[in-house]
Design a binder for this molecule. Structure first.
Ligand SMILES: [Fe+2]
Length: 195
């Protein structure tokens, strides 16, 4: 029935996804190379490796997308923001059996995850419903009503760039295959307009 319109009302956290253009994906490959050259912090935490990236370079590469995010933020929350500032940016390298359990990021307003490549083909095999090996998963709430959408599951694709409130719980499903899963994470603060 084309003549019957409807509205629905947004609620909950804004989970934003866009796609990086190839030239910006290439920039990130360069940023990663530079970091290795400079021998900046490359550290190991118990489960997986982290490589810290230059946050100013990340800011420049991400600015076009952060500007689009600002527009989405205004529509979703009905409130403008002045600037989204990269505070930290790092590469996660996951190996077979690594698991990133449900967690939030602290001391920031927003977080993001970016994928420079599709998930390795060896991982993407399973057709069963629900979270897949190597998938990125968000949990909106754990005790919502039966009509609530409580989670969102994603198989990473090249260029996928997710931005979300830093206190939105997220996690990564482990995988068994012998390959690496690489993602770039960042934390941001929001600069608000002064009234
Ligand atoms: Fe995270």
């Amino acid at each position: 029935m084309k003549d019957i319109g409807y509205n629905f009302y947004y609620s909950g956290p804004l989970l934003f996804k866009t796609k990086l253009k190839d030239k910006h994906i290439d920039w990130f490959h360069e940023i990663m190379k530079d970091t290795k050259k400079e021998k900046q912090l490359i550290e190991s935490i118990p489960s997986f490796k982290i490589q810290v990236l230059n946050k100013q370079s990340a800011q420049v590469a991400l600015n076009p997308y952060l500007n689009v995010y600002k527009e989405a933020y205004r529509k979703w929350y009905n409130k403008p923001i002045r600037r989204v500032v990269v505070e930290e940016c790092w590469v996660n390298v996951m190996k077979p059996g690594d698991f990133i359990p449900p967690h939030i990021h602290t001391e920031c307003d927003l977080s993001s995850v970016l994928f420079l490549d599709d998930l390795p083909r060896e991982i993407v095999k399973q057709e069963a419903p629900g979270p897949q090996p190597g998938s990125l998963n968000f949990i909106f709430c754990t005790s919502g009503g039966k009509m609530n959408i409580n989670e969102s599951n994603h198989i990473p694709k090249k260029g996928d760039f997710f931005i979300f409130p830093s206190d939105l719980t997220h996690w990564v499903f482990p995988f068994k295959n012998k390959c690496e899963r690489l993602s770039i994470a960042a934390n941001y603060t929001i600069n608000h307009w002064r009234r």
